[in-house]
Write a protein that binds this ligand. Structure first.
Ligand code: CP
Ligand code: NVA
Length: 308
């Protein structure tokens, strides 16, 4: 059966833990190699990955491209604007055609339904490279980073501050799988998805929901921020106004644990969701986090081909 990487909810804890462990071990195995060198034990030789982008990307695009190359495979980067998909060809037909040419697809699209339609019609693995609903690859890179810096994830309290967006949803999906506590500090207007909160609570996760950012970060081991205006959001002015009190600054970080770390999936907007002092300060792990996109995506690709 084809293995997709659609959402964290679809994958067992054993497989998720294996993906992170494999990413950590592949990262160590490459020590000293140049970035363009193929892995000592390339797991996906001859595999062609098509990457489809309906919206912008720096990290996802480049880290997946390097990931498949280091694994011995190749990639092609496609923009929906340059495909017939951008002129109304159906997602289903696109899935069927691509399944005849390439071995796997990674897609970044606006509507989550597009990802699901692609997944339902392709007979090759499909990976979610971000939709309006979720960003699972990012969360595995974040959790890999926390495993490296903080150890056992099930002992941690994570605090999400700001917009309850797609990235927040993937943290909600991950909370019951990894056993960490998650506290959400978001305004009512931009609260996290109710279904995802319900999913996490029903699956046994310790979830706290508050509109007070100070309450959210109290004693937290990890404070997480993301942009106030995600790709596709049309209400930028209102968002910047309503979310302004949710900026992560040194004062807010002081309410977290003394050894708390700061995460942000990037791109960041210094002076909006986070101050330069925090994101460029000693508690910030954002560039380790960005690097780990590469290592974790190699493990995600291997998972899709049963190579872990
Ligand atoms: N964090 C992330 O997904 O970055 P890009 O939008 O640059 O891919
Ligand atoms: N929430 C952001 C994440 C970008 C990586 C967005 O969807 O634009």
């Amino acid at each position: 059966m084809t293995k997709n990487f659609t959402d964290i909810t679809d994958i067992t804890t054993v497989d998720l833990q294996a993906i992170i462990a494999d990413a950590i071990s592949m990262k160590a195995a490459r020590a000293g190699l140049s970035k363009g060198a193929i892995d000592p034990d390339p797991a996906l030789s001859g595999i062609m990955l098509a990457m489809i982008f309906e919206k912008s990307s720096t990290r996802t695009r480049i880290s997946f491209d390097m990931a498949i190359r280091q694994l011995g495979g190749s990639s092609m980067v496609l923009s929906t604007n340059d495909m017939q998909l951008g002129r109304g060809e159906s997602v289903a037909d696109t899935a069927l055609v691509l399944s005849r040419y390439v071995d796997a697809i990674m897609i970044r699209c606006n509507a989550h339904e597009t990802l699901l339609e692609l997944t339902n019609n392709a007979d090759i693995p499909v990976i979610n490279g971000l939709t309006d609903r979720s960003h699972p690859c990012q969360i595995l890179a974040d959790l890999m980073t926390l495993r490296e810096h903080k150890g056992d994830l099930s002992r941690l309290k994570l605090a999400w501050v700001g917009d309850g967006n797609n990235v927040a949803s993937s943290f909600l999906h991950a909370a019951p799988k990894f056993g960490f506590a998650l506290s959400l500090g978001c305004p009512d207007k931009f609260a996290a998805n109710e279904d995802d909160i319900g999913y996490a609570i029903n699956a046994g996760a310790e979830i706290t929901v508050t509109t007070d950012p100070k309450e959210a970060v109290l004693g937290a081991d990890v404070v997480i921020a993301d942009t106030f205006v995600s790709m596709g959001d049309v209400d930028a002015k209102q968002r910047l106004q309503v979310l302004a009190p949710y900026q992560v600054d040194a004062e807010l970080m002081a309410g977290a644990a003394d050894d708390a770390v700061f995460l942000h999936c990037l791109p960041a907007h210094r002076g909006e969701e986070v101050t330069a002092e925090v994101i460029d300060g000693s508690q910030s792990l954002v560039f380790d986090e960005a690097e780990n996109r590469l290592h974790v995506q190699k493990a995600i690709l291997k998972y899709c081909f049963d190579k872990i």
